[in-house]
Design a protein around this ligand. Structure first.
Ligand SMILES: NC(=O)C1=CN([C@@H]2O[C@H](COP(=O)(O)OP(=O)(O)OC[C@H]3O[C@@H](n4cnc5c(N)ncnc54)[C@H](OP(=O)(O)O)[C@@H]3O)[C@@H](O)[C@H]2O)C=CC1
Ligand SMILES: O=C(O)C1=N[C@H](C(=O)O)C[C@H](O)C1
Length: 243
């Protein structure tokens, strides 16, 4: 554990996208660690019906009036991202974000924000996918000329396609010299499944990651928040967190 914040006071978190699937997991898991995290506010598009014990709730329009925090943890929507990034820049707080479907302009804004605040955006906060990215880059490098296809499957309520993880896996394949094609399936309540296939005449390799519980993403994001609090400004990545 090499958290930059060495004091014993809990890290003050603002959860952005709190009423969502990820937001609810983050609130539940942060509440299990009261000595490590103090959730000072929960922001959603509108104040929802869900009861969040002891955590003040705010609508998106009230973001500017939320309590001071060390780290904003954002799992919301691409359309909500500009406002939360601007909030962090205005108040000098760190940002952990897993929101996907971002535009190129939004991705560039993350890089620019890293000059002023600590930012860690990642398309996937699971350890397994971090390892998968490494495997994909190595496989692509070892298999020049093979076709690369990435198939991702998610629940029917997911809005963006291809998934952020699929696009990052495609970037990893690209570093190894392969150009990936993408396919997306939306069905039932699939938490998240990514298959990277390398194929040539007579043989093929499949590398598969299956997420069966979104707590893995929430735990990774909370670990990132504890790690990011008190750090110098910078555009940090999952690899920095894992050492
Ligand atoms: N990087 C990773 O490891 C992972 C990333 N994700 C990504 O996280 C994001 C959220 O996923 P998920 O939880 O399933 O989505 P949900 O649709 O369940 O939740 C989205 C949340 O964002 C809120 N929201 C919408 N607009 C605003 C706004 N303007 N201001 C504040 N909050 C807003 C919604 O509020 P309301 O409820 O009021 O509508 C809702 O609470 C997606 O982009 C998804 O791809 C998901 C899992 C893992
Ligand atoms: O929306 C989701 O659910 C997920 N989104 C992320 C993505 O777009 O890759 C990560 C994970 O696959 C779940």
């Amino acid at each position: 554990m090499d958290d930059a914040l060495t004091s014993t006071s809990p890290v003050r978190l603002l959860i952005h996208g709190a009423n969502g699937r990820m937001g609810q997991a983050l609130l539940r898991l942060a509440a299990e660690q009261p000595r490590r995290f103090d959730v000072v506010g929960a922001v959603s598009r509108s104040v929802g019906q869900r009861v969040i014990d002891g955590v003040p709730q705010f609508a998106a329009s009230e973001l500017a009036g939320t309590p001071a925090c060390d780290v904003v943890v954002d799992f919301s929507l691409a359309e909500a991202f500009d406002a939360v990034l601007a909030h962090c820049l205005a108040h000098g707080c760190a940002l952990v974000s897993g929101t996907t479907g971002l535009s190129d302009e939004q991705r560039n804004a993350i890089e620019a924000a890293g000059l002023r605040i600590p930012v860690l955006w990642a398309s996937n906060f699971s350890l397994g996918v971090a390892v998968l990215n490494d495997l994909v880059e190595r496989a692509a490098r070892a298999l020049p000329g093979w076709e690369c296809d990435i198939v991702e499957q998610h629940h029917v309520r997911k809005l963006d396609a291809p998934s952020g993880t699929a696009l990052t896996l495609g970037e990893s394949a690209g570093k190894g010299g392969a150009q990936a094609r993408y396919a997306a399936i939306r069905a039932g309540d699939i938490v998240g499944e990514h298959t990277v296939q390398f194929a040539t005449l007579g043989e093929r390799i499949e590398l598969v990651h299956r997420a069966t519980n979104r707590d893995i993403f929430a735990r990774g994001a909370l670990h990132a928040a504890g790690w990011l609090a008190g750090r110098a400004p910078g555009r940090y990545r999952i690899g920095d967190l894992l050492g």
